[in-house]
Structures are given as structure tokens and as C-alpha cells.
Design a protein. Structure first.
Length: 118
């Protein structure tokens, strides 16, 4: 049985997931965590204590922007929007992910065919 991951994988992976979701539409923080949880069948859970530092980093780097939308008489939700520089960064992150994914697949399929070279 697969364990639920409580955000123990690389921070860059979460950045990539956030940017990918924002490439579809603007979201607020809690919404991002719920979409990730749902799409991963509950295997990836990102606590808000881990999410917001990543969002703030992406904001500081100019990859995303934020804006407030009133969600009641006195409450506002902060929505995050992917900027063009974030789209470029996302493409770079996906390419790096695919390269690592391919390398891992090659290692997992290794059956001892190579000889040690000294």
C-alpha cells in the first residue's frame, strides 16, 4: 500500500505543481492544496505551512502575482496568477523533471549488464 506523502519531496517539485495548476486558471492557496490532494488521490498533501513560503518565493521572483477578491462581507481571498516569466520557469522545471524521471527509469530497469570500468 502506498503511503501518503506529507510533503517530504523536493520543494522544486511543489513549485512545479503549483505553477502547472496556475497555468490553467488563477487559484487561492487552499484551493491549490485541495486540487493537488484530489488529483493525487490523496497521496500528496501540502500543509499550508509549506505552501505559503513557496508562494511567497514565487511572488518574490516575479513568477506569479497576487490579487484580492472579496469572498463575503468582510473577507478577501488572495488569488495567484501565473506571469509569463512563470510560464518559462515552469517549462524549465518540467524539462528537468522529465530528465530526472528518465534517469530514474533507466536505473530501475538496470539488470547488471554494464561492467565496472577501472
Amino acid at each position: 500500500m502506498l503511503q501518503k506523502y506529507n510533503f517530504n519531496f523536493k520543494k522544486g517539485s511543489v513549485e512545479m505543481l503549483i505553477l502547472r495548476l496556475l497555468s490553467n486558471h488563477d487559484c487561492y492557496g487552499y484551493q491549490l492544496t485541495q486540487i493537488i490532494k484530489k488529483l493525487s488521490d490523496g497521496l500528496i498533501i501540502i500543509p499550508s505551512g509549506s505552501l505559503y513560503p513557496i508562494l511567497y518565493k514565487l511572488l518574490d521572483e516575479g513568477y506569479i502575482t497576487e490579487y484580492a477578491v472579496k469572498s463575503g462581507r468582510r473577507q478577501e481571498r488572495i488569488y495567484y496568477h501565473l506571469e509569463p516569466s512563470g510560464e518559462e520557469y515552469l517549462e524549465e522545471q518540467i524539462a528537468a523533471y522529465r530528465a530526472v524521471e528518465n534517469a530514474i527509469a533507466r536505473i530501475l530497469s538496470y539488470e547488471g549488464e554494464e561492467k565496472d570500468e577501472k
